[in-house]
Design a protein around this ligand. Structure first.
Ligand code: GUN
Length: 305
């Protein structure tokens, strides 16, 4: 039986550590603060941002949610970011993506002060990460490393295959794994004979954004699988494709009208030595690492070790 890597428990441990450090800072008169910017009414984004703000409250971190309308312009967003960059009580600025089409997302991310860039999306932080210098690293990739380390899964010398090359997950995950001395291969939509490469993976990171994309034939038995995908299935055919005969999932699917599947076909997990489930794997780490980055940004900006 494969080992299930419990992201909820690992995230809780990290949050506990952050809360203890926040308490020490507060005793010195410093309260870390996060500004979360949520544009418009994208349902998934609303849930993510609510979870981020709630997490802050639980850890003693000040937070502020700013909600410009869906019609906001790039210029208005740039003015907002400039204000947040200048505010002393704000240590971290999070702009929830995706943004409406009329907003120039790259211009906006480039305008966030690198010192307050708790998502690690600014090119300065991407460059620092690449050069293995102290940097605010993107939360989901940083969470992947925490899951592996805290689960005692060796990284050094292992072949890590990352499927997906996004700036948010694939590329930074590959860089962090490389800095942990993994042998790293990055695959993407144009990769030829993908299965031949993923079958070499000791650590397989799936960050493609397509439900159940990684099938059992693509997995080396005993591999560690990190599933970054969060795909919502709402139709019966989709449910049956992955979860037919799974009574517990079916009850939840019938009650909610949907269920989540990652980028890995659940049948592929059966071959793994260890894997992160969906939900309850990588997802909770993204928020925990955002909290850790906000604490880190608060300390770095004040020159505290
Ligand atoms: N949208 C999806 N994932 C993320 C994330 O990690 N950060 C932000 N800001 N937006 C997202």
């Amino acid at each position: 039986m494969p080992r299930i890597l419990d992201g909820v428990a690992i995230a809780a441990a990290i949050k506990q550590e952050v809360a203890e450090e926040v308490k020490l800072l507060i005793a010195q008169g410093i309260r870390p603060g996060l500004a979360a910017v949520l544009v418009g009414n994208v349902a998934a984004s609303e849930i993510y941002v609510r979870n981020k703000v709630t997490s802050c409250a639980g850890l003693g971190i000040f937070s502020e949610q700013i909600a410009p309308p869906a019609s906001v312009t790039t210029e208005e967003m740039l003015a907002l970011v400039a204000q947040l960059n200048a505010r002393e009580e704000i240590d971290g600025i999070l702009i929830q993506l995706p943004l409406p089409a009329q907003v120039d997302t790259k211009a906006l991310l480039d305008a966030v002060s690198p010192a307050k860039d708790v998502d690690g999306f600014h090119p300065i932080n991407a460059g620092r990460l690449q050069a293995n210098r102290p940097a605010l690293a993107p939360c989901t990739p940083a969470g992947i490393i925490e899951i592996l380390k805290r689960s005692g899964i060796p990284i050094s010398g292992q072949h890590a295959v990352v499927v997906g090359r996004s700036d948010i997950v694939g590329k930074p995950a590959a860089m962090l794994l490389l800095h942990q001395n993994a042998t790293v291969t990055i695959c993407h939509s144009k990769t030829r004979d993908l299965g031949a490469i993923t079958r070499q993976a000791d650590i397989l990171v799936a960050a493609i954004g397509r439900p159940g994309f990684i099938t059992p034939e693509m997995v080396k038995p005993g591999a560690t699988i990190i599933d970054v995908g969060i795909n919502r299935l709402t139709d019966r055919a989709g449910f049956d494709r992955f979860f037919a005969g799974n009574a517990k999932r079916e009850a939840s699917f019938l009650k909610r009208g949907s269920t989540l599947v990652g980028d890995v076909d659940p049948k592929a997990f059966e071959l793994a030595g260890a894997y992160t489930p969906v939900p309850g794997g990588v997802g909770p780490l993204t928020i925990a690492m955002l909290m850790a980055n906000t604490l880190r940004a608060a300390k770095m900006r004040r020159g505290i070790q």
